[in-house]
Ligand binder design. Structure first.
Ligand code: GTP
Ligand code: MG
Ligand code: ZN
Length: 363
């Protein structure tokens, strides 16, 4: 099926691109209409069809028809009347190992939980209060990098410190390539910088702990109190989330932001290169190790261990790397290795070996 230009222009404002046009061509039922999922509730979805937002349900046979795919916030779906009939192929997803699954009867059933889909950027939101923790930010970076998405670090509550730049400097030692922004809700200049990421057609997702200030930030950027926020001290008990549903908000002036409930546990699912991207200094030196499949834990001729020893790689970084590596290989052993990952590993091995050999020759 195809959509007319008028509708396409409207949909473009909420993220429609040629990618979805191509997938739409494969669909035969002309009676369906496309829309974007902007909120997922227990028994219904809210969608935006380019003109208005309204509540819909999914068809009874839905999961069978879509092979188990269930619509998430950010998805493009096809609907008829008020029933979702299909989900269009996703450009990408932000996902993690579903938390809480370990408690269930089958301890191995840690399933992938999709936080949001069809994104352009992910804001990793961390408050400059007790929330700030380099190791946790490393985990978020691995998660986002594993999904092949672009991370931006937002440090909120800059007003709580005389010199908040210190935190950014600490972060810069671990994330040379990731932009870091310090913001305070009452400092509009600091928020203005973030508007640079808000472009018509682009979708940003917010992730971070509960109380980090995600919804507060969204409200300021939207210029309206759309999302409920709550002070950290008023949160009843541990782990209480103020935001409970994942909602996509269209920002007046362009761009979209998806607000998410705080993540308590950053479970990492599949290693899709996120580890290498998050720890580039280890990856780089690691290419020179004697064994090209060196895990940098104990192997002879490991250049990474040498570098930790002589201080050119931070000890904490190596410990953090090992911890995440163990977790990922645990998940991988359980069989959660994507076909893409297997293929990628094969070529990474070949390329790394060639690179290392050529370096040796030039010595
Ligand atoms: N001092 C200060 N407080 C802030 C700032 N940004 C957010 N807060 C406060 O932090 C508290 C938590 O903010 P929320 O926006 O509800 O946090 P959240 O990340 O959406 O939390 P969940 O919805 O539970 O995931 C609120 O009391 C905010 O007023 C800031 O820049 N400075
Ligand atoms: Mg919130
Ligand atoms: Zn090594």
């Amino acid at each position: 099926m195809r959509i007319n230009n008028d509708l396409k222009q409207k949909l473009k404002k909420i993220g429609w691109t040629d990618f979805f046009d191509k997938n739409l061509e494969k669909i035969e039922q002309e009676e369906l209409s496309p829309a974007r999922v902007i909120q997922v509730n227990r028994n219904s979805h809210v969608i935006n069809d380019g003109s208005r937002e309204f509540r819909v349900t999914t068809a009874g046979s839905f999961k069978i028809r879509t092979d188990g795919v269930y619509p998430v916030t950010g998805d493009w779906i096809l609907f008829k009347d008020t029933v979702i009939q299909d989900v269009l192929k996703r450009k990408n997803t932000l996902s993690r190992g579903a938390s809480g699954n370990r408690k269930k009867t089958n301890p191995k059933s840690r399933l992938e939980q999709i936080i949001a889909s069809n994104l352009d950027t992910v804001f990793i939101v961390s408050g400059l209060d007790r929330d700030f923790n380099l190791r946790r930010i490393e985990r978020y970076l691995t998660l986002v990098n594993n999904c092949g998405l672009t991370p931006i670090i937002i440090l909120t509550k800059g007003d709580l410190h005389k010199d908040p730049e210190i935190f950014a400097q600490q972060l810069e030692t671990i994330t040379a390539a990731v932009p870091i922004h310090i913001v305070s809700i009452d400092d509009s200049d600091s928020l203005e910088v973030l508007r640079g990421y808000l472009k018509p057609n682009l979708t940003i997702s917010l992730i971070g702990s509960s109380g980090a200030g995600k919804s507060t930030l969204l409200n300021r950027l939207a210029g309206d109190e759309l999302q409920v926020t709550q002070s950290v001290s008023h949160r009843l008990g541990k782990g209480r989330h103020t935001t409970t549903t994942r909602s996509l908000i269209v920002i007046p002036g362009g761009g979209m932001i998806i607000d998410n409930p705080g993540t308590r546990e950053i479970a990492l699912l599949d290693d899709d290169g996120g580890l290498e991207t998050t720890f580039p200094e280890i990856d780089q030196i690691g290419m020179l190790c004697r064994f090209s499949n060196c895990t940098h834990n104990h192997e002879p001729g490991c250049r990474v261990l040498e570098a930790v020893e002589n201080g050119s790689i931070q000890k904490e970084r190596h410990i953090s790397y090992q911890k995440i590596q163990r977790e990922l290989s645990f998940e991988t052993q359980k069989g959660y290795k994507t076909a893409g990952r297997i293929e990628k590993e094969r070529w990474q091995y070949v390329a790394k070996k060639a690179k290392a050999i050529s370096k040796m020759k030039h010595k």
